[in-house]
Design a protein. Structure first.
Length: 135
């Protein structure tokens, strides 16, 4: 697992500080006031995702989200759930993720089809007797 030690990115116009593998999403939540982090944390899908990820990474589930109330408080999420969170916060980002995944899957499918086509073309140029010598 790769962690960015410290950095800053912009998401939906909000600054997201990245430190030790955690994304501070406090400002993102302020710009999306219709979204409640508690609703997301307690959603069945989020709980199932974090349980599955904690099993895969062999870590406790509570390590994925850090919240602190009051002055200087905020919410930090582990880098491994950041995309899952971003998909929830912004449907346009979720669609972009879906399109990226579909494009990657399509590329692999196209590569397989191109391979089959090239193999067929190559077969036409090689004498059948020469092919038998290969086996």
């Amino acid at each position: 697992m790769h962690s960015i030690m410290k950095g800053l990115i912009l998401f939906e116009g909000a600054e997201v500080i990245i430190e030790n593998g955690y994304y501070d999403v406090t400002e993102v939540l302020k710009t999306h006031q219709s979204k409640n982090i508690s609703d997301w944390k307690n959603a069945k899908q989020t709980q199932e995702y974090m349980i599955a990820l904690s099993e895969k990474l062999n870590v406790e589930i509570y390590t994925f989200i850090k919240s602190k109330k009051g002055r200087g408080g905020g919410t930090q999420i582990h880098e491994r759930i950041a995309i899952f969170f971003a998909r929830w916060i912004d449907p346009r980002f979720a669609i972009a993720c879906d399109e990226f995944i579909m494009n990657e899957l399509t590329k692999n499918q196209i590569k397989a089809e191109e391979y089959k086509l090239k193999a067929c073309q190559l077969e036409r140029f090689i004498d059948k007797e020469d092919m038998n010598d290969l086996y």
